[in-house]
Ligand binder design. Structure first.
Ligand SMILES: C[S@@+](CC[C@H](N)C(=O)[O-])C[C@H]1O[C@@H](n2cnc3c(N)ncnc32)[C@H](O)[C@@H]1O
Length: 474
């Protein structure tokens, strides 16, 4: 391991005292903690040990997972630092809410937020880096999320489109990464006080835009994986002073409280949660759960723009004329003939309840057919990687269902499934076609140990054509 910088040691000895700083530095020489979450949107038994639960996080356990296992390819599990599970757990989100994850890649927190929404409402998952946004999209796809919009832009572009729009916003800010010292040599190599200060400036910049997008009374969750007060208590103090937020307590038994004296002295800063590696939960993490004052003028109302997500709450579904009808003039609906190809190709599959009305919601953009999570008009000027559920692609007089659809259909029991042996599964992941024992014909879902991870196409004589995406093959 690379040597921890002396300036870091001195800084934290000054802040924590000799004894506590000694514990922190000793813990940085220990191996990092591995853990994983089980996807409650899908059913299935995972083989990994569930002996040691991560305290305070439902369906989360200590232990490693492999990206080659069906548990992973079928989106049953997500590998995540246990302390990093707390931000998404702490933010109050319920099905039907409109939620923004502003700095979202690779998607640990977005997948957890999608679980809380249970397919109802909207998740906008944004990432500024194009390569990381692609990974974010893949992770949400694997998780079987159909009510998310994955965007690739900066916070300014988003705030211009979504004033006063969101019920809850998670800002897991880019930071100096001191809490990642055990996991990443780069975090140590590039650490400097100058970088800490630069990160703090960028965090204020990102949060300024986040605040504009939050409804009055909405929730803001701010988190970092760093220890420096400049990026933690000082930022939260600024939010309290500048915007009148209220700090909410966080249920995290093993976390240490925030340090009011490291910020503006406001006693409520103790409501923040600090995870230190020496506490034994996981890596370093800082979490602050805030609520915006209610009754403030809504930016959305001022701007005269109030949009709704396409997916409604189950109990709020409108019968007859849909509210979203009529504002899609610029978008095409598949023709009758195309709708027939689509229905034919995907007949016989069971759909999650939240997507029950997909046939009346689908739209076409060139050859791509999708069920939007948000009216596309609202996303003008924003780089969108995915809006809702990509159903598939229209080819000459036929339709090919998408990989995302396979992962979404994996949420519910299916009859049109071919379950592969572990050996067959390995071949399928490589991209090979297989001879299997099945009399089914046409598109089928492909699983291993009962976990659906792909589409395939059967010839009727047991020849299974491989539809596992080329970019994901291993
Ligand atoms: C701590 S990571 C996010 C981890 C993620 N929330 C998760 O749980 O998987 C911070 C992310 O913010 C991104 N980022 C950096 N500057 C940004 C900006 N101005 N707006 C949005 N995202 C930004 C980084 O590329 C990085 O992916």
């Amino acid at each position: 391991m690379i040597e921890i910088p002396d300036q870091f040691k001195e800084k934290f000895t000054g802040l924590l005292g000799q004894e506590e700083a000694g514990k922190l530095l000793d813990s940085l020489a220990e191996p990092s903690k591995k853990a994983y979450r089980i996807n409650s949107l899908k059913e299935g038994a995972v083989v990994y040990s569930q002996e040691e639960a991560v305290p305070g996080i439902p369906n989360a356990y200590y232990g490693g997972v492999s990206g080659k296992d069906p548990e992973w390819t079928a989106g049953m599990v997500y590998s995540q630092d246990p302390a990093a599970m707390f931000p998404a757990q702490a933010i109050p989100v319920k099905p039907g809410d409109k939620v923004l994850d502003l700095c979202a890649a690779p998607g640990g927190k977005s997948t957890a937020l999608a679980q809380k929404l249970q397919g109802e409402g909207l998740l906008v998952a944004n990432e500024i880096s194009p390569s990381r946004a692609k990974i974010l999209r893949e992770n949400l796809e694997r998780w079987g999320v159909s009510n998310a919009v994955v965007t690739n832009c900066d916070s300014f572009a988003l705030s211009a489109r979504f004033p006063g729009f969101f019920d809850a916003i998670l800002v897991d800010a880019p930071c100096s990464g001191e809490g990642m010292f055990r996991k990443s040599e780069d975090a140590i190599k590039y650490w400097s006080q100058e970088n800490v200060d630069l990160c703090a400036d960028r965090q204020r910049e990102i949060l300024t835009e986040a605040v504009k997008m939050l409804k009055p009374g909405g929730y803001l969750l701010y988190s970092t994986c760093t220890f420096s007060p400049e990026e933690d208590e000082e930022i939260v103090s600024w939010l309290l002073d500048e915007y009148g937020f209220k700090l909410l307590p966080i249920a995290a038994e093993k976390a240490a409280p925030g340090r009011p004296e490291w910020g503006n002295g406001d006693a409520s800063l103790a409501n923040c949660a600090r995870f230190w590696p020496q506490d034994g939960v996981g890596e370093g993490q800082f979490v602050a759960s805030l609520q915006k004052a209610a009754g403030e003028e809504s930016f959305a109302a001022e701007a005269g723009e109030v949009f709704s997500p396409v997916r409604k709450n189950k109990d709020k579904k409108k019968k007859g004329k849909g509210k979203n009808k009529g504002n899609r003039s610029s978008l095409e609906r598949p023709s009758k003939e195309e709708s027939c190809y689509i229905s034919e190709a995907i007949a016989g599959f069971n759909w999650p309840e939240s997507l029950a009305s997909w046939p009346s919601q689908m739209l076409k953009s060139q050859d791509h057919v999708f069920v939007p999570a948000l009216e596309p008009e609202q996303l003008k000027g924003i780089k969108v990687l995915n809006n809702g559920l990509e159903l598939g692609i229209l080819k000459k007089k036929r339709f090919e269902p998408s990989h995302q659809l396979a992962e979404v259909l994996g949420q519910v029991d299916q009859e049109r499934v071919v379950d592969l042996t572990e050996e067959e599964y390995d071949h399928y992941l490589h991209g090979e076609s297989l001879q299997v024992n099945s009399s089914l014909k046409g598109f089928v879902l492909v699983s291993c140990r009962g976990m659906i991870f792909s589409f395939g196409k059967l010839s009727g004589k047991g020849q299974l054509k491989n539809y596992y995406p080329k970019g994901l093959r291993q």
